[in-house]
Design a protein around this ligand. Structure first.
Ligand code: NAD
Length: 451
């Protein structure tokens, strides 16, 4: 159990047992609160009740298990049970993008309506999901429309900044906690809940809190696209973006994080939140051209990966392309919005054979690609007789490689390093054709076919 124990124990319900909901529920339970985690996906709840975790997130299984055994955490598919239990109710359901890029808020509306019909005492309803500015007002209106008993309630915004793969650490050690409220009671309750984390707490109005989340994610996405744009210039002049990024990032005003050039960002948040923010601005009469460009650069990076293969192989049809990594980042099995999806689709369209390996995301990738790919049991099986290896996700196990072995087993010693994880010098010494992003490209083919 966490050393930071809550001074006042709350009965809390978390609606939605996904990446955010499950981590939020487990961490709040670990802080000593009595937490009910509710999801309308009964299969998911069945698993959780058996102590199984539907997603891969380091440390989560242990955290759920400890807190369930201690009686601080339980799971249900009954909204009634969740609403009766929780004085504080966090909404952590999905807000996926519609085709237009706008956030689909139907899950949030649905939950707000159900809570309204079941409330029988004061409730503090907290938006944990990432939602457009002014959603708080819409939630409040919806509750007022459907409320059946005359009980008071508050709505608050408390956006989540955790990253998959380090979600528990991020929740427990946040850079800041953002709390958007319009009542003293809501402020007091949320401050008491988050106080034990000893993190700076920013109290704002609800709209500002909602905006902080979209603005933060868009800013981080902008940093990535910025360095990717710089990487294009580096490639043209033979400079090394890794060095350039280091030189930029050591300036404290800029910071080193999110300055990694490569095939760009993916995941269930950045692409979606960027699109949503562009739409929010559009609806408010502002054309957020800067963010449109951030998105365009990111799309281009994925195409660039395939272009780099073509630059060397010329024709991709009937070539065997090995891919290491499918998850949108290391330490997760999440492939939502993962760059690998577009890259594989383009390779398949060009007639390539694709052999894929990821340490955690294989099952999820099989759901998308079915029989269209070869799924390797390990990284070395994937590269057997391959014309090219593409690094898509920078899992640690891809960093320490026996390049002599690789060279023996591949048809061509050719690597497209979408995450710049390898040393340029080493790959050159080992005779590889090596194309990173924003670094000098080793495209001489003298190293050629394996002996
Ligand atoms: N995944 C991240 O890294 C991350 C980080 C910060 C914020 N967010 C935001 O948090 C929100 C949730 O994201 P996620 O990744 O956890 O999504 P998710 O898809 O993993 O989980 C959402 C869960 O909500 C459940 N759900 C949907 N409708 C429901 C209903 N009516 N009643 C009960 N349960 C319902 C779904 O069954 C699912 O289990 C999104 O708005 C997302 O943008 C995500």
């Amino acid at each position: 159990m966490s050393k930071n124990i809550a001074r006042k124990v709350y009965n809390i319900s978390v609606i939605g047992a996904g990446h955010v909901g499950l981590v939020t529920a487990s961490c709040l339970a670990d802080l000593g609160h009595k937490v009910c985690c509710m999801d309308n996906d009964s299969a998911k709840i069945d698993l959780l009740q058996k102590g199984e975790i539907p997603i891969y997130e380091p440390g989560l299984k242990e955290l759920v298990s400890t807190n369930t055994l201690q009686g601080n955490l339980f799971f249900t598919n009954s909204m009634e049970e969740a609403v009766v239990h929780g004085e504080v109710i966090f909404i952590a359901v999905g807000t996926p993008p519609k085709e237009s890029g706008e956030a689909d808020l139907s899950y949030v509306e649905n939950v707000a309506r159900e809570i309204a019909q079941l409330m029988d005492s004061y409730k503090l309803i907290v938006e944990k999901s990432t939602v457009p500015v002014e959603t708080g007002e819409k939630v409040k209106n919806t509750i007022n429309l459907y409320i059946e008993k005359d009980v008071p309630f508050d709505v608050a915004s408390n956006p989540e900044f955790l990253r998959e793969g380090s979600a528990i650490h991020d929740f427990m050690h946040p850079d800041r906690v953002v709390i958007g409220v319009d009542s003293e009671r809501a402020e007091r309750v949320l401050t008491e809940i988050y106080g034990p984390l000893n993190a700076p707490i920013i109290i704002t109005d609800i709209k500002s809190a909602e905006l902080i989340k979209h603005a933060s994610n868009s800013f981080l996405a902008m940093k990535i696209s910025f360095i990717n744009a710089v990487s294009r210039i580096c490639e043209k002049v033979g400079a090394d973006v890794e060095k350039v990024a280091q030189g930029i990032g050591l300036d404290k005003r800029i910071g080193q994080e999110f300055l990694k050039a490569g095939i760009g960002f993916g995941g269930s948040c950045f692409p979606k939140d960027l699109d949503a923010f562009i739409h929010i601005a559009e609806n408010l009469g502002y054309d957020f051209k800067l963010l449109k460009e951030v998105k365009r650069i990111n799309e281009e990076q994925k195409r660039l990966a395939v272009q780099k293969i073509k630059d060397v192989l010329w024709i991709i049809k009937d070539k065997k392309i090995a891919i290491w990594g499918g998850a949108f980042k290391p330490e997760t099995d999440d492939i939502r919005g993962a760059p690998v999806i577009d890259i594989i689709n383009e390779l398949l369209n060009e007639g390539a054979t694709v052999s894929l390996y990821d340490p955690q995301a294989m099952e999820n990738l099989k759901i998308i690609f079915g029989e269209k790919l070869h799924y390797a049991d390990d990284k070395y099986q994937a590269i057997e007789d391959a014309d090219c290896l593409v690094i898509v996700t920078e899992w640690d196990e891809f960093r320490n490689i026996d390049f002599d072995f690789l060279r023996q087993r591949m048809k061509l010693p050719f690597i497209v390093d979408g995450r710049n994880i390898f040393s340029l010098q080493k790959l050159q010494d080992k005779g590889f054709i090596y194309c990173g992003f924003g670094r000098p490209q080793i495209t001489n083919s003298k190293s050629g076919v394996k002996k």
